[in-house]
Design a protein around this ligand. Structure first.
Ligand code: ATP
Ligand code: MG
Length: 464
C-alpha cells in the first residue's frame, strides 16, 4: 500500500544503519548526522547529538583532522566507546570550488576478527618491509648525506661548510661530542661526500664487542688461528672497508694492546690477520667517534698519545643541542615529517609555548632525546598541533634539573637566612634559564648590578 512506503531519506537511513555505524560532520566538525546504532553505543540521542562538536560526543575522533587536511583515511582501526574495534573510513566531501564541505565516517561491524588478522599480517609485512629498506639503504651507504644534516645554527653551518673539503682528503677525522649530537650522521656524510662512496662504509663499535673478539673483528683471522676459526679464515672490518671508509665508533673504549696494533696499521697502511703470516695492504679512510675526553684518557695513561695524534688530524667538535637552540624548530619539523611519513600521522606543527619549554630544557641526550620526545608526543597526541599538554612528561624532568642546582631539601625547616638564600638562588636560576644564560639580560631583569650577579653566581655555585 502506498501509505506504508517510507520516504527516500528514511530508506537511506535504514540502509546505512544496516551496514555501518555512521557519522557526518560539516567542515567545522559539527555533527550533522549520527546513525541511531552508533548513538546507542555513545549513549546519546542521535537527534540531540546533531549540532554538537564531534569531539564532545566521540572521544579520540580524527574527523576534525580530516576536515582540516582534506585527506581521506581508509581502513583505520578505531576503538569505540564500548571497547569494540571497528574498521573505519573517513572520507571528506568537497564543494564545487574545492573547499571542504564535511566528512563522512563509516565503520563496518562485520567480521572484524578476520579483518584484524589480516591487518596484523599487513602490519607485520610492513615492518619487515621497513627493515629491508633500511638494510638496503645501509648497503647502498645511503643512510645519510649532507642534505639530511638538519641545522642552520652558526656552529652547524660552519661544520657543514668545511665538510666537503675534509671529505675530499684522506685525513683521519676525530668526531667528538656528547651522546646523541649526531656524530654518526656527520661520519656518514663524510663518506658520502668523498670519492670513496662507491666502496664500503664499515662501522664498528669498539664498546659493543668483547675485548678478546675485537682484534679479529677489526683485522680478521687466518685459518687455524684459534680453535673454532672458520676454514679459509675471515676478513676483518679493515679489509672489508678497503678503498672505502671505516668508522671506529667509541674509540675511547679500545683496549691499549689493540691501540698499538691500530697505530701500526695506520702508519704502515698494511695489516696482518690474527694468526696470519702475510701482510695485506689496505687503503682505508679512518673516522673515529667518541663522547669521551680523549686528552684526559691520554693523561690517565688509558689512551696512547701517539695514536691520539694520528687519529686526530682533523677534529670535528659537534656542539650539544643546548648550545644551538636555533636548530630546534628545524629539527622538530624534520622529525614530525618523518613520523608522519612512516606512520601515516597528520601532525602539522608545534605550538610556540612548547618551543619556550624546549629552550629551557637541558637536552642531555641531545638530538636523539629530541627525536624520541617528538615521537612520543606524535603517538600520544589527539590533535594535529602538538601543544604543551603533549609534552607535560618533560616538566618533572625540568623541575628536577632545576632542583639539582638548588639542592632543595623538600620539607626541611632551616633558618630564615638559609631559606632566603634558597629563594634567591632559585630566582637567579629561573631568570638565567629565561635569558638562556645571558648574564647581562638576567641582571637587568633582576634589577641588580652585573658584578653583584657574578658574586651571587659564585656564592651559589651556579654554572648556567
Ligand atoms: N643534524 C641532524 N639532523 C637530523 N638528524 C640528526 C642530526 N643529528 C642527529 N640526528 C639524529 O639523532 C640521532 C642520534 O644521532 P647519532 O647516532 O649520530 O648520535 P651520536 O653522536 O653518534 O650519539 P652516541 O654518542 O650516543 O653514539 C639519530 O637518530 C640521528 O639520525
Ligand atoms: Mg654514535
Amino acid at each position: 500500500m502506498i501509505e506504508d512506503l517510507l520516504n527516500v531519506n528514511d530508506y537511506l537511513r535504514l540502509a546505512v544503519e544496516s551496514l555501518y555505524f555512521t557519522v557526518i560532520v560539516d567542515h567545522k566538525g559539527i555533527i550533522r548526522y549520527l546513525s541511531d546504532n552508533y548513538a546507542d553505543i555513545l549513549n546519546i540521542d542521535s537527534k540531540k547529538a546533531e549540532g554538537m562538536p564531534v569531539e564532545k560526543v566521540i572521544p579520540n575522533t580524527r574527523l576534525i583532522i580530516v576536515a582540516k587536511t582534506g585527506k581521506a583515511e581508509i581502513g583505520h582501526l578505531f576503538r569505540m566507546k564500548n571497547g569494540q574495534e571497528v574498521i573505519c573510513n573517513r572520507i571528506p566531501f568537497k564543494n564545487k570550488d574545492g573547499t571542504i564541505q564535511g566528512v563522512i565516517s563509516t565503520a563496518s561491524f562485520h567480521d572484524i576478527k578476520r579483518i584484524e588478522v589480516l591487518s596484523n599480517q599487513i602490519n607485520k609485512l610492513k615492518k619487515e618491509n621497513k627493515l629491508y629498506i633500511e638494510q638496503l639503504n645501509n648497503l647502498r651507504n645511503n643512510t645519510f648525506s649532507i642534505q639530511n644534516i638538519i641545522g642552520q645554527s652558526n656552529e652547524i653551518l660552519e661544520i657543514k661548510s668545511i665538510l666537503p673539503k675534509i671529505s675530499n682528503s684522506n685525513l683521519s677525522v676525530l668526531i667528538t661530542g656528547e651522546t646523541g649530537t649526531g656524530k654518526e650522521v656527520f661520519a656518514n656524510a663524510i663518506h658520502q661526500l668523498s670519492d670513496r662512496k662507491m666502496f664500503n662504509y664499515i662501522k664498528i663499535n669498539c664498546a659493543a664487542i668483547p675485548k678478546d673478539l675485537l682484534e679479529s673483528e677489526l683485522f680478521g683471522y687466518d685459518e687455524g688461528a684459534f680453535t673454532g676459526a672458520t676454514k679459509g679464515g675471515k676478513k676483518g672490518k679493515f679489509e672489508l672497508a678497503d678503498r672505502g671508509t671505516i668508522l671506529l665508533d667509541e674509540i675511547g673504549e679500545m683496549p691499549l694492546f689493540l691501540q698499538s696494533k691500530l697505530l701500526r696499521v695506520i702508519q704502515e697502511q698494511e695489516l696482518e690477520r690474527v694468526g696470519g703470516l702475510k701482510t695485506i695492504p689496505i687503503d682505508v679512510r679512518i673516522i673515529c667517534n667518541t663522547n669521551k675526553d680523549i686528552e684526559k684518557l691520554v693523561s690517565e695513561g688509558k689512551f696512547r698519545e701517539d695514536l691520539y695524534y694520528r687519529i686526530n688530524v682533523v677534529e670535528l667538535k659537534i656542539p650539544p643541542l643546548r648550545e644551538r637552540l636555533d636548530d630546534i624548530p628545524l629539527l622538530c619539523d624534520y622529525f614530525i615529517q618523518k613520523f608522519n611519513r612512516d606512520n601515516g600521522y597528520f601532525i602539522s606543527g608545534i605550538s610556540d609555548k612548547v618551543y619556550k619549554l624546549f629552550e629551557q630544557y637541558n637536552w642531555k641526550g641531545n638530538i636523539r632525546e629530541l627525536e624520541h620526545v617528538i615521537e612520543r608526543a606524535c603517538v600520544m597526541s589527539s590533535d594535529s598541533t602538538l601543544t604543551i599538554n603533549d609534552f607535560d612528561f618533560l616538566l618533572p624532568r625540568l623541575i628536577k634539573e632545576e632542583n639539582n642546582y638548588s639542592i632543595r631539601e623538600q620539607g626541611e625547616i632551616t633558618t630564615l637566612e638559609a631559606q632566603k638564600n634558597q629563594l634567591e638562588k632559585e630566582a637567579i636560576i629561573k631568570t638565567l634559564i629565561h635569558t638562556k644564560g645571558n648574564k647581562t639580560a638576567a641582571a637587568k631583569l633582576l634589577k641588580i648590578n652585573r658584578s653583584i650577579l657574578y658574586d651571587k653566581l659564585k656564592k651559589y655555585d651556579i654554572y648556567l
